[in-house]
Write a protein that binds this ligand. Structure first.
Ligand code: TA6
Length: 303
């Protein structure tokens, strides 16, 4: 049984990392450095918030209607999509984006380095319940490091005897001033699957701007991207390794109303997902004993 007291005794770092439990029994990690604060839930290995000292507005978006309940995915922050992205390939009854984001993770490490950056490592307990849904043996860990930037390293190890195909994403919800004010740079000229109203392969011309529902999977690129947000006078830089797909998503009005948990009446206007992924054409085949790490660093620049 994982308890708040046990976590603080083993992994707590006074002034830098503490653990708390809410009335519903969910466990949270709270991280703090001079450069900012962040919080995670052990359910889902889910980074919930990041407040950089460099700017007033939180960097990550969280729906005002997000539900924090055991087994329920959380609408905002950084859901971990694993071991598949999107709907399950054959069984529509299985949860979209895999089971990692609704499973209980454990804490396996914590640290403060010489630069004063605080890190925590969580691991997914891959138990029998998962093996019936996904009959492979894998170890999954997530290391979050908070300093001037925020780094996330999602590591998958094939601990079984057969290869498996992996789909994954850090499904990051960014907090923005207004969806019609921002642009995403870095994917100019790239190929993408447009999945709104059917599926069509297209090529990006210029920066990505938003005037309707947008749900695109940019493929075959490890390009860094930048969210330019004049309304919040900042740029959010996204630099990734071990990821060849980038998903760009905003639901706009109709889908947001159908989803019902994006914050009424127009919470969706203040969110934009730019997700570092291995999905679609860029799924990973992992051999027995092999390790793959999806590594992304976020940095905020004021303008
Ligand atoms: O990553 C974009 C997307 O696949 C959208 O199509 C939308 O479904 C979004 O993820 C949210 O998915 P969720 O399962 O979290 O509701």
């Amino acid at each position: 049984m994982i308890t708040e007291a046990g976590l603080n005794h083993t992994f707590g770092i006074p002034g830098a990392l503490i653990f708390e439990q809410d009335a519903g029994g969910l466990l949270f990690a709270r991280m703090a450095t001079a450069a900012g604060t962040a919080s995670l839930s052990l359910q889902g290995g889910h980074l919930l918030s990041w407040q950089s000292s460099a700017c007033a507005e939180p960097v990550l978006w969280m729906s005002k209607q997000a539900r924090f309940a055991v087994g329920k995915s959380i609408r905002g922050g950084v859901p971990v999509c694993w071991p598949w992205f999107g709907p399950h390939a054959t069984d529509p009854s299985l949860p979209a984006h895999g089971f990692a984001r609704i499973a209980q993770w454990s804490v396996t490490d914590s640290d403060v380095n010489a630069q004063g950056e605080v890190s925590i490592t969580l691991a997914l307990q891959h138990d029998l319940a998962h093996e019936t849904v996904w009959p492979h043996s894998a170890n999954l860990s997530l290391t979050v490091t908070l300093g001037e930037s925020l780094r996330m390293q999602l590591e998958t190890r094939n601990s079984g005897m057969t290869p498996f195909v992996l789909g994954e994403a850090l499904h990051t919800y960014f907090n923005i001033s207004d969806i019609e004010a921002v642009a995403v740079h870095g994917l100019e000229g790239g190929e993408y699957w447009d999945t709104v109203g059917g599926v069509e392969k297209k090529r990006q011309a210029g920066p990505i701007q938003f005037s309707a529902e947008t749900d695109r999977v940019y493929i075959n690129s490890d390009a860094a991207t930048v969210i330019e947000d004049p309304g919040y006078a900042r740029r959010i830089h996204i630099a990734k390794r071990g990821s060849l797909a980038t998903v760009v998503w905003n639901p706009w009005t109709d889908k947001a109303n159908r989803m019902g948990d994006l914050g009424q009446p127009d919470g969706w206007r203040q969110m934009l997902c730019v997700e570092s992924a291995n999905a679609w054409d860029n799924k990973i085949t992992l051999a027995p004993g092999a390790v793959h790490t999806l590594d992304v660093a976020y940095r905020v620049e004021t303008i």
